[in-house]
Design a protein around this ligand. Structure first.
Ligand code: UDP
Length: 500
């Protein structure tokens, strides 16, 4: 069990982006939340401190809460390889896929509980009766019954799901159901992800969000972005010694010093060569290999553009046992391509030793991108899409899961109806590379929408509003609207923070 350090961030720095009225509203909600919590601790528990969307979001969400004077803590649970293989299997099934095809039987249930009980011992030593615990994703949901017995208020936040139930998804839900039903409330990213057997009273919809000032999204000059790409080895040229700086979470200065591990013939020849980018974990559902073939097959229509498939060093994401295999698979498929295609495709593994430095690299790559692709076969929400939207990039993405809540086709980006259609994906990328005016318009709209709908303050307000449904004395949900202004949001799309 890891007790993850949380920095302190102030919302004041966000005012120029969200506007002073929204900032004032946020301060009110936090003041009210502090009163409701009345000294109780809010614990967030997940299974990794780095890699993937949940860790990404918790890093800044919790830092703002801490900065606003709320007592929040972050614990990361342990697991062995069979446990993470099992939870990855559940992850795939919740997305309607078979994953490794393994079982979800009594044997797996027993192992799940064995690991959970070991984690529970340590969690229960820290959590007090009356505290609020937010468990994230299937890896931690098994803790719900023990925490509830110990008098904590338990929320389970599920970041994955798929719109239509199928046999695979149903099997995973049956596995999780005994634990899920022990949570006082559950939070989903989309209404369609709520399983039919869950009481609608205890299901809340809160889409994720990004932080505008995080290292991944903070403003960065074009020159710095280029220098970072050159320094890590993706872009040809002499990086020089300056212009690799970023601001760390605690606002101290940071600098990119490491290089990336890149499978390529040679670096992208120059900064004016358009770069098409997909940034993702090495996960089969992100379909990095599909992007590779989509680009390779249609490269004659892509002008002189290059493609970079960018992910974390797969050896460093502890709760994702598939990463290395998926990455090696991509390398094998790249090795089979004709030399003319190989030359224009780069497989980039970013170092994770310093996650703040990793975030600066992602920021630079997304900002430098001529087109950002997210060709996921399934997607819970897709923070990489939000990040690209906020940076005003033209985007091509599959019309799946939460991506549809973020992008209206032809308005904030281009959506591909069939996520397996590599030709349609290439068509959309080629269109954006050729039509600069369209690319600029979609990018501008995307940024506006990201600021209005998908920044941290909207999410925080929804999460804190949920506290108004929590009854501190009986540790039950009090299902009334908050007394003052009834701002509690059950639906994602109603919540907006307007831009400055
Ligand atoms: N990410 C990162 N470093 C990398 C690759 C990805 O920090 O080398 C981040 C990415 O920027 C995004 C998150 O991992 O913030 C992925 O979240 P998303 O919701 O897109 O997908 P998930 O991995 O949660 O399925």
């Amino acid at each position: 069990m890891q007790d993850v350090p949380i920095s302190r961030l102030s919302f004041d720095h966000l005012s120029p982006i969200i506007g002073t009225r929204s900032a004032a509203r946020l301060r009110n909600v936090i003041d009210e939340a502090r009163a409701v919590l009345d000294g109780r601790i809010v614990w967030h528990i997940n299974s990794t401190a780095q890699g993937g969307g949940v860790a990404e979001m918790l890093q800044t969400l919790l830092a703002y809460e801490r900065g606003a004077g709320l007592d929040v803590r972050w614990l990361v649970t342990d697991g062995d390889a069979p446990f993470f293989n099992l939870t990855k299997r559940i992850h795939h099934r919740l997305h309607g896929q078979n994953g490794d095809g393994g079982l979800l039987s009594t044997h797996e249930q027993k192992h799940f509980m064995r690991v959970t009980e070991r984690n529970a011992e340590q969690v229960l030593a820290a959590v007090r009766s009356g505290d609020i615990v937010i468990l994230h994703d299937p890896q931690t949901v098994g803790l719900a019954p023990a925490l509830r017995r110990a008098g904590a208020l338990v929320l389970w936040r599920c970041h994955i799901g798929q719109d239509e139930m199928n046999r695979a998804a149903d099997e995973a839900w049956q596995f999780l159901r005994p634990y899920v039903e022990q949570a006082h409330a559950c939070i989903f990213s989309r209404a369609a992800y709520v399983p039919a057997w869950l009481s609608s009273e205890s299901a809340f919809i809160i889409p994720p969000a990004i932080d505008a000032l995080s290292i991944k999204n903070q403003s960065m000059s074009r020159t710095t972005a280029r220098n970072i790409l050159t320094h890590i080895g993706l872009l040809a040229g002499n990086p020089g010694s300056g212009g690799l700086e970023f601001t760390r979470l605690g606002r101290s200065p940071g600098r990119v010093t490491r290089r990336a591990e890149i499978t390529q013939t040679r670096p992208v020849p120059g900064p004016t060569v358009p770069l098409v980018v997909q940034v993702s974990r090495w996960d089969p559902l992100k379909d990095m290999a599909g992007v590779l073939h989509s680009f390779a097959d249609q490269r004659h229509r892509m002008g002189d553009a290059h493609l970079a498939l960018v992910g974390p060093d797969p050896r460093s994401v502890t709760d994702d046992p598939e990463g290395l295999r998926v990455f090696q698979d991509c390398v094998a498929q790249w090795a089979e391509l004709a030399p003319a295609a190989q030359e224009r495709i780069h497989l980039v593994c970013l170092p994770m030793a310093d996650i703040e430095e990793n975030a600066a690299m992602v920021n630079a790559i997304q900002r430098h991108a001529a087109v950002v692709v997210q060709k996921s076969l399934r997607e819970g929400f897709g923070l990489t899409v939000t990040e690209a939207m906020y940076k005003g990039r033209p985007i091509v993405a599959s019309k799946v899961g939460g991506i549809q809540d973020q992008i209206a086709d032809g308005v904030h980006g281009l959506l591909v109806n069939d996520p397996t259609d590599t030709r349609a994906c290439a068509d959309a990328v080629a269109r954006l590379l050729a039509d600069k005016a369209l690319a600029r318009r979609l990018g501008r709209n995307a940024r506006r929408r990201a600021i209005a709908k998908f920044l941290g303050p909207r999410q925080l307000i929804q999460l804190l509003d949920l506290l108004y449904a929590l009854d501190g004395t009986s540790n039950k949900l009090r299902l009334t609207n908050r007394p003052k202004n009834g701002r509690r949001n059950r639906s994602a799309t109603s919540a907006t923070i307007s831009g400055a």
